[in-house]
Design a protein around this ligand. Structure first.
Ligand SMILES: Nc1ncnc2c1ncn2[C@@H]1O[C@H](COP(=O)(O)OP(=O)(O)O)[C@@H](O)[C@H]1O
Ligand SMILES: [Mg+2]
Length: 366
């Protein structure tokens, strides 16, 4: 296994999707925004990759790069291969039937994908007619079947309705139906439930899971909530400030997490064994600006395990166990990590100047 080229290369079938050393920058007035900085992963057919990180980590930019949806001023480096084909070359060659057929995406806000002045049925049918050359009546029939599959009640009636006549949850089901119309091999779901009610969220996530299973689809599930991918993803990549901080199969990530950022993310989600009034501790501070990024680890300013070298040397992504990579000088569960944390506790402050008192409540509940 090689950290640089993603996980699992040696012992798995050829991956359906292989992303290697992906870089995406945006030239802005302030300078080059390094939105994605050297991300690599392999995804085996039929598996789900969870991409997790706070807002601004580069999750959506990664997804949009795969979907060929970046603005023209984006600068992209690295390679993306899908079933042996060069995805970036398909983009420049103007390949029309790859996106929307083999690789599709569901966005956070269903209205990103829906046209407010077109009937639901026409919108689903359009994709079938454009990509699969279905006739008008065939497409209409299939659209009704698709609505049924995604659990929309009274599908025939819904076909004639406009998006504003549906609830947020139903709209997202319609968008999922649209994304499934041409039977994609890879579905990217970017925070598909973030805009929805808590009660609806679970239904939509379970629906995606069922559809993936039934269709043998491969999936990338993007979320800021580590709790969402627990039990749903086969492997998880934790991103921060455009970089991969840690990546492992899901069970390993939860049982043997190494990165203090992963640990901090986990502490922001409610635990079943916590009293409902327990206050969850947010991660102190904010992610860095991605222009003129400082030397060292980009999480160091917010990290309770920060050591001197974290401020000066960027930790490389290294193998730390079977199918497990992490970019940290002072990982959780290691001597170096425990020593750094003990020293910071003793000093009351980290080398980056973060008050260790911020973490007292977290550590007491652990
Ligand atoms: N079109 C763009 N132009 C300039 N900067 C952008 C553009 N799109 C995204 N970014 C920046 O890239 C970074 C990553 O954004 P994004 O991938 O949307 O984060 P996430 O989805 O993890 O919340 C952010 O700092 C964001 O401001
Ligand atoms: Mg996003």
């Amino acid at each position: 296994m090689c950290a640089k080229s993603g996980l699992g290369k040696a012992d798995m079938a050829a991956p359906l999707l292989s992303v290697s050393n992906l870089h995406v920058g945006f030239a802005t007035e302030k300078g080059l925004v390094r939105a994605v900085d050297g991300v690599s992963f392999d995804l085996t057919e039929g598996q789900t990759l969870g991409i997790v990180g706070e807002s601004g980590s580069g999750k959506s930019v990664t997804a949009k790069t795969l979907m060929n949806l970046l603005p023209s001023y984006a600068r992209v480096g690295g390679s993306i291969t899908f079933d042996g084909r060069d995805v970036r070359a398909m983009a420049t060659e103007g390949e029309r039937h790859f996106w929307g057929v083999e690789m599709t995406m569901v966005f956070q806000d269903p209205m990103t994908s829906l046209n407010p002045v077109k009937r639901i049925g026409e919108q689903i049918a359009e994709s079938l007619r454009v990509h699969l050359k279905r006739t008008r009546s065939e497409a209409k029939d299939e659209a009704g079947d698709l609505l049924q599959q995604v659990g929309v009640p009274e599908p025939r009636k819904r076909l004639r309705q406009y998006p504003h006549e549906l609830s947020g949850g139903l709209r997202q089901r319609v968008v999922i139906a649209m994304s499934l119309a041409c039977s994609p091999r890879l579905l990217i779901a970017d925070e598909p439930t973030t805009a929805l009610d808590v009660t609806v969220q679970k239904h939509i996530l379970d629906l995606l899971d069922e559809l993936r299973e039934e269709r043998g689809m491969t999936m990338i599930l993007i979320t800021h909530d580590l709790g969402v991918v627990r039990g749903r993803a086969d492997q998880i990549m934790v991103m921060y400030a455009g970089r991969t901080m840690e990546q492992a199969d899901t069970a390993t990530l939860f049982s043997q997490m190494r990165h203090p950022y992963t640990e901090a993310l986990l502490e922001t989600i409610p635990r079943i064994d916590m009293a409902s009034h327990t206050r969850l501790i947010p991660i102190p501070g904010m992610p860095p600006e991605l222009v003129d990024v400082p030397d060292g680890c980009l999480f160091s300013q917010r990290c309770r395990s920060c050591s001197d070298s974290c401020l000066t040397d960027q930790p490389p992504l290294e193998v730390c166990g079977p199918m497990h990579v992490c970019a940290c000088h002072t990982p959780v569960g290691t001597e170096a990590g425990a020593a750094a944390r003990a020293a910071n506790r003793e000093a009351g402050v980290t080398p980056a100047g973060l008050d260790m008192g911020t973490f007292t409540a977290v550590e007491e509940s652990a």
